[in-house]
Every structure is written in C-alpha cells, then in structure tokens.
Design a protein around this ligand. Structure first.
Ligand code: FMN
Length: 407
C-alpha cells in the first residue's frame, strides 16, 4: 500500500523553473536539435523541395549512398574500461598542420543555393572551430571572397580540371595568390552522375520561377526572400550559366582526363595536392606515384557511380597499400561523431563531411553549420571517452569491427 502526501512548495519550486525560450525563431528551432539527422529534418522543412533533394540525393537508385551509411551502422566499437578518460584530446594534424578535429568540410557546389550565406558561413565556422574547408570549383563564392570572409581558416581549393586547360590554370593561380593551402583534384567525375531527383524536380541554376516553384515559394517564403534580396546566385569560378545542373557539369567535366593530367597539375601546383574520389588500391598507388600528398577514399557521397565501392569498406586496404607515402582521408555517409571515430580507427587521418554541414546550413544558415560542428565535436569526444581512448592519435583498427550485417 503506497502512502501518499501533498508535495511541499519547496519540493515543487525547483521543478517548475521555466526554460528560457529564445526569441529568435532560428535559435528556437536549433535549440531542439540533438543530432545531424534532426538538422536534416529541419532542413527539409526550411528549403524548397528541389534544393533539399539536390543536397540529400544521390545517383541512380541511391544504392551507393545507402550502402555508405549502412557501413557505419555495421560498426561495432570495442571499448576498454577503467582508462581515465577525464581529459579527451580530439586534435590531430592534417597535411602536417594542426586541426582541432580529424574533420574537413568537403567541397560542395551551389552552396549559396542551400542558404544565401553559403560558403562564407561554412568558412567562418571552419575558422572558429579550427578545421580545413575545401571550396568547390562549382562554388557560389569566389576564391578571393572566401579568403576575405574566412581569412584565418585553412582553405583548400577543389579543382575540376575543365576541358579548357587555360581556365583551369587560371583558377590554380588564383587559389595560390589568395593563400589557399592545398589543391584538391576531384577525379570521380569524368561525366556527371545520373541524379534522378534533380531530373524529376527540373532543377536549374539559378533556380527558375515555374508555376510549381512559385507555388512552393509560398511554403518557403523566407528562402525565396533571401534569394531575391541578396547577391545573385552565380558560380564564382565560371562564367554566367543558365541551365540544368547536368548540362553544366557536362560542359565543365573532362571525360578525357588521365594520369598525365595529374602529373601536369603536380608540376603546376607547388603546395600539397589531394586527390579526391579514389575507390580502390590500384588507383590509390597510382595517384601517390604521380605525386599526390593525400587522397580521399570517396564515391562522391553516392552522387556519381551508383553501386560504387563503399568508402569505409575500402579504407583499410587503401591505407595498407599507401603506407606512410600519403595521408588517407575518407568521406561519404558520415552523419555522427561516432562515424568519424570509426573512420579514424579504420585508418583514415581525417574524415570529410558534406551533407552534415549542408543540412545545418539549410536549417539555420551559419548558426546551423555551427550547430552541426558542435554536434559532431561533442559526439567525437563522447565516443572517444566511452571507447576508453583519450587521444585521436591512439585510435587503432582493434577499436572497431565491421559486423556482417546491419541489424
Ligand atoms: C550538394 C553537394 C554538392 C557537392 N559538390 C561537390 C563538388 O563540387 N566537388 C566535389 O569534389 N565534391 C562535391 N560533393 C561531394 C562532397 O565533396 C563529398 O564527397 C560528399 O558530400 C561526402 O558525402 P556526405 O555528403 O555523405 O558527407 C558534393 C556533395 C554534395 C552533397
């Protein structure tokens, strides 16, 4: 028999303490976000359908994309207990310079379409937290502008070698003059991937006002208002272009690219050279032989070849093949700090994230990107502590096991 009594006021008062509710709507929305997946849901509500789908989607049946994420769900951590984890050090070095986290903001095109603050917002967050950011050739902020907006950030420039080599040389020279630290050559785009969501949505750049998008505009008035009242959405490195994303990519990408072009670039660019889009051991060895200082095991976030190899699964063999001749990074499907820890334990020096920060950007501009970074940083530190590891540098393959199936 339970004996009941009236609670005393002194017991009730502490429970009734109201939580401060931010006045600003973005701050209010972000206050309820606990994970990158929450940011994704918020992004889906905030951005027009075609913009969200362009970011969220992959190529073909999106098998590569799903497998990349599923691989992280297969990870089983092997923790040690009683290890004194009162002090966690998540810092590392990337290309020989310090980074606050083993993380890089991946190059993404059309970033101002997700939110008009675009690459500048991403660059400022990268600078504040102390990680590199790679600006895309398809970026919507110029090489020089980003150098001003994020002057203290470690800035890398991602290059698509165009058919027009003189234009490519010009971009490389501009990146060098503007103090970019590294050049990232993306090699998994001989032709554009088949992005069915973009085809179905009729995505064009800049976004066009069709009857459908106009009706959608009523639902995403804030996004359209930002778009119409800020600098026009244009490519910062390309001449003015009106057309579909696939048209543009087909014009810029060069299907005739070979290892010889990589050797040419190696002679042109004197700083660190990162090759992005390696999916196997043979190519890894070849690009390192051609002078790459680092490579990214990547299938472009599942946006190019559908059914491509899964980056996390390829990583250990590539690390083995390359040894200490080059740094190896990985990307694709990373949505939590635990995923980052799993990637590092599997041999990567750093992980790149694309969508994780883009969801934040769509959800709340610069504050959304900061929220994404904060979530990942907290999860990295938390996972290290629960694993019984105090330093990123101490992560080893023994800390992870890839289970045969996703449960
Ligand atoms: C919207 C979007 C645009 C992208 N644009 C580029 C690009 O211009 N150049 C490039 O090398 N990679 C590009 N990527 C690929 C990313 O650099 C990265 O490889 C990928 O996003 C990693 O997967 P994740 O999004 O699951 O983190 C893009 C990815 C997304 C999502």
């Amino acid at each position: 028999m339970t004996h009941r009594r009236w609670p005393r006021w002194s017991e009730l008062a502490p429970l009734l303490r109201p939580r401060a509710v931010p006045i600003d709507a973005t701050a209010r929305r972000l206050a309820h976000v606990a994970s990158i997946r929450d940011l994704r849901l918020l992004a889906r509500r905030r951005a027009p359908r075609a913009v969200f789908d362009y970011t969220d989607g992959g190529a073909g049946d999106e098998i590569s994309l799903r497998r990349s994420r599923a691989a992280y769900a297969r990870v089983e951590f092997r923790p040690r207990v009683l290890q004194d984890v009162s002090c966690i050090d998540a810092t590392t070095t990337i290309l020989g310079s310090p980074a606050a986290l083993p993380l890089v903001f991946a190059p993404t095109g059309f970033t101002r379409m997700m939110h008009t603050d675009g690459e500048s917002a991403v660059g400022r967050v990268a600078e504040r937290i102390g990680i590199p950011i790679a600006l895309s050739t398809m970026g919507t902020t110029s090489i020089e502008r980003l150098a001003i907006e994020a002057s203290g950030a470690r800035r890398w420039f991602q290059l698509y070698l165009w058919r027009d080599r003189a234009a490519s040389s010009d971009l490389v020279a501009r990146a060098q003059a503007a103090g970019y630290e590294a050049l990232v050559l993306t090699v998994d785009t001989p032709v554009p991937g088949n992005r069915l969501r973009d085809v179905r949505n009729g995505l064009t750049l800049p976004p066009s006002l069709s009857v459908k998008t106009f009706a959608e505009g009523a639902l995403h008035a804030r996004w359209w208002f930002d778009l119409m009242t800020t600098e026009p959405l244009e490519f910062a490195s390309l001449n003015r272009f009106d057309g579909t994303v696939a048209d543009l990519a087909a014009q810029v990408f060069d299907p005739a690219l070979t290892m010889r072009d990589l050797a040419w670039l190696r002679e042109t660019w004197t700083g660190p050279l990162v090759v992005k889009g390696i999916m196997g051991v043979g190519d890894a060895r070849a690009v390192v032989d051609a002078g790459a200082d680092a490579l990214v095991v990547s299938n472009h976030g599942g946006r190019q070849l559908d059914r491509a190899p899964t980056p996390l699964e390829q990583l250990p063999a590539v690390v083995d093949a390359v040894g200490d001749r080059a740094e190896v990074y990985v990307d694709g499907g990373i949505l939590t700090g635990g995923d980052v820890v799993a990637a590092i334990a599997s041999g990567a020096r750093a992980a790149l994230v694309g969508r994780a920060y883009l969801y934040g950007l769509m959800a709340g501009g610069e504050r959304g990107v900061a929220k994404a970074a904060e979530i990942l940083a907290k999860e990295i530190a938390g996972t290290l502590a629960l694993l019984g590891v105090t330093r990123v540098a101490d992560l080893r393959p023994e800390h992870v096991l890839l289970r045969p199936d996703v449960d």
